[in-house]
Design a protein around this ligand. Structure first.
Ligand code: NAP
Length: 435
């Protein structure tokens, strides 16, 4: 008997789960359902547009999708029109691989001012994600504050700092390229509430900040620990400190733009009237356990845009147990309820590399295969019937390849594609409907 599995979400976690479920198994049939007409989730909408080699992992997911027992069902939102409970009637198991697409709130006074834009929205905007294409950020500002010391903060700063030449081999949304390239931004401030040793950057990403053509990365050497104490630190931390020590030798006058990395500073208030005019920060200390404490001493910087890059939350789904404090589904190692699982960021929160989702996918696939017996559920044909009855228009993998071909054909210069940023534009290419 066939085991029918529905995976909701076609990002890395979804595809690694499908790959693991179907490895050497013809008796498992998987539908990967996504609300967008485009597959690959974070790879398309989150990974930085100038990191094309990282995006290349989609070729692996494509291979999975070319198997007969794996199917992409795009443009179908699980929620009101089709519920998780209904999917549970059609499939033996349902796996939520919906990622974490919403910003953690900054939660300080003034955080609701115009000009405070979380990284989920800002990254989505420059990546042509249909949810954020209409964001219209005002980049007519001299200075930007990027909050957080993770790789997303680095991505955001780098994309704002790169020249058109440096962005040539990228799929940066065209409207974003125009806006960024005509912006008068001269100073980008990046704030970490803890110290350089606690920063979450990875050395490769931090090192890239030292190689920008028109932007100099700067740090106050007094914030860095003495190199004599580096030995007990993990290699990643030592490499990060090595980059930071180089930045400490550089001079603002070297380049048109300055990228200022400041540690031990946590935001306490966004300043201004209706829109952002500055940011107030409190100096901190970090104790031996790595916890940060405010000192009571504050300082202000002038900036017209604040981009908190402080982590993400998963979108709750009606009827599915959700931990509102942690922003993810309540689960026991991926198990939410009998037959209902989660994986990737929706399981463990927004941490780890793309590859971390592979072990997550393998783990949840093993659990599904061990726990769930095929129960004679109808799977694919029943979903097709239901979608037809409800007038829902699924986008197939073949449809997606047409969208992809149109994006590639529209690319100019060295760019790999020119992305559509609206679902309507994508669907226009596909008429008449697939079923
Ligand atoms: P992250 O690595 O968790 O960094 C979040 C940062 O925000 C931390 O520095 C955190 O400080 C800070 N923060 C959290 N709440 C804050 C608050 N209220 N006020 C001030 N600062 C606050 O998250 P991320 O940068 O969003 O990245 C998510 C995951 O994707 C990470 O695993 C990252 O490595 C990965 N990623 C990888 C790449 C790549 O490999 N190229 C690119 C992008 C993202 P504390 O440490 O003090 O909590």
């Amino acid at each position: 008997m066939t085991l029918h599995v529905a995976i909701i979400g076609s990002g890395p976690a979804g595809y690694y789960t499908a790959e693991a479920l179907t490895k050497d198994r013809d008796d498992v049939q998987v539908d990967i359902i996504d609300r967008l007409p485009t597959p690959y989730g974070l790879i398309r909408g989150g990974v930085a547009p100038d990191h094309q080699s990282i995006k290349g992992v989609y070729k692996r997911y494509e291979k999975t999708n070319l198997q007969d027992n794996v199917r992409f069902v795009g443009n179908i939102e699980i929620g009101d029109a089709l519920s998780v409970a209904e999917l549970g009637e059609l499939y033996d198991a349902v796996v939520l691989a919906t990622g974490a697409g919403h910003d953690r709130p900054l939660g300080i006074p003034g955080a609701d001012k115009k000009g405070v834009i979380g990284s989920a929205a800002f990254v989505g905007w420059y990546n042509a994600h249909p949810d954020f294409a209409g964001l219209d950020p005002d980049l007519d500002v001299a200075a930007v504050a990027v909050i957080g010391n993770g790789n997303v903060a680095i991505d955001v700063a780098r994309v704002l700092a790169k020249t058109p030449d440096e962005m040539a081999v990228s799929d940066l949304a065209r409207y974003a390229a125009e806006r960024i390239q005509s912006s008068p931004i001269r100073d980008i401030h990046m704030f970490g509430r803890r110290g350089p040793v606690q920063a979450n950057f990875t050395p490769k990403e931090l090192g890239e900040l030292g190689e920008l053509k028109e932007c100099v990365a700067l740090v106050d050497g007094a914030q860095l620990p003495d190199a004599a104490g580096d030995d007990p630190l993990p290699p990643v931390k030592r490499k990060n400190l090595g980059h930071l020590r180089q930045f400490a030798q550089r001079d603002r006058a070297e380049r048109k733009l300055g990228l200022h990395l400041t540690f031990y500073a946590r935001p306490v208030e966004v300043l201004g009237g209706a829109r952002v005019e500055g940011l107030r920060l409190e100096r901190t200390t970090v104790d031996e356990a790595g916890l940060c404490h405010g000192t009571g001493e504050t300082f202000d910087i002038a900036c017209g845009l604040v981009i908190p890059c402080i982590g993400y939350r998963t979108q709750a789904i009606p009827g599915v147990a959700f931990d509102n404090d942690r922003g993810r589904f309540i689960n026991d190692d991926g198990l939410i309820a009998p037959g209902l699982y989660c994986t990737g960021w929706a399981r463990r929160g927004p941490t780890g590399t793309i590859g971390t989702n592979r072990s997550d996918g393998i783990g949840v696939a093993e659990a599904v295969l061990a726990d769930v017996e095929p129960g004679g559920k109808p799977g694919r044909p029943a979903l097709d019937r239901l979608m037809k009855e409800r007038d829902l228009w699924p986008v197939t993998f073949r449809d997606w390849k047409k969208i992809e071909a149109a994006e590639q054909a529209a690319a100019r210069g060295a760019a790999p594609r020119r992305k559509f940023s609206s679902i309507d534009e994508m669907l226009k290419i596909l008429k008449p409907p697939a079923i």
